[in-house]
Design a binder for this molecule. Structure first.
Ligand SMILES: Cc1cc2nc3c(=O)[nH]c(=O)nc-3n(C[C@H](O)[C@H](O)[C@H](O)COP(=O)(O)O)c2cc1C
Length: 210
């Protein structure tokens, strides 16, 4: 059975462009597999705590204190949600040329040595295989072309983070120029929806089976 994990991180509630497009992606996935089970993790509305000196050992060392054990338990829960997924749909607005700190906190809990990645013979191995990803990138400006391309620390970063844990089959969908006014916003949503329609076709989820 296919499982779809949805991760939203926008702080803009109902007006969020990434949330609109994440919903569209989920609806399209359900058209190609009506029996797929969808689960939601909203790190924008219900933030994952940032790691602190009191909790970091829960992720990167051997936990001893209550706070460290709680951080490890949350990490276990987030990783289990991801491992169970056939496809993960991530809503990732561009904030200060990168990703929201709430989404970064999620990755801080999910990138875990010996659990989601490991080093073997001097190179890193991602341990989560067989999971596909659709990442919706909403942006106030334009970064896919022109002089600001070099300021895009969002897409290369997300590609690296996901690839590091073994999720290398990633489709990035852009919604750009959201800050240029209502017409540009509508155009960006329409364009991104067409890209989703082109991408999510029968057999899309089979591609991630190992
Ligand atoms: C804190 C914050 C930082 C932002 N930084 C950028 C940025 O660096 N570049 C950009 O193009 N847009 C930036 N924006 C605009 C958002 O990317 C844009 O509004 C996008 O639509 C947000 O996605 P959402 O509609 O799903 O919330 C920023 C918005 C916020 C709230």
């Amino acid at each position: 059975m296919n499982r779809i994990l949805v991760i939203n991180s926008s702080l803009s509630g109902d007006t969020s462009v990434s949330r609109i497009l994440v919903d569209e992606a989920v609806q399209r996935l359900l058209v190609i597999d009506p029996k797929a089970v969808v689960s939601y993790r909203d790190v924008g509305d219900a933030p994952i705590p940032h790691l602190t000196s009191a909790t970091v050992a829960g992720i990167r060392a051997i936990p001893e204190t209550q706070a460290e054990l709680a951080a490890q338990a949350l990490s276990d829960e987030l990783i289990a949600e991801l491992k169970a997924a056939s496809v993960v749909v991530i809503g990732a607005p561009m904030y200060n040329f990168s990703i929201p700190t709430s989404l970064r906190a999620w990755f801080d809990h999910v990138l875990r040595p010996r659990v989601t990645f490991a080093y073997k013979d001097g190179s890193v191995q991602g341990l989560l295989t067989g999971i596909g990803a659709i990442v919706i990138e909403s942006r106030g400006g334009l970064y896919s072309e022109g002089p600001t391309m070099s300021m895009d620390f969002q897409e290369p970063y997300l590609k690296t983070l996901l690839g590091f844990i073994g999720i290398s089959d990633v489709t990035f969908i852009h919604a750009e120029k959201i800050g240029y006014g209502p017409e540009a916003r509508e155009m960006a949503i329409t364009t991104a929806k067409s890209r989703l329609a082109e991408t999510i076709r029968p057999g899309f989820m089979n591609a991630f089976d190992v």
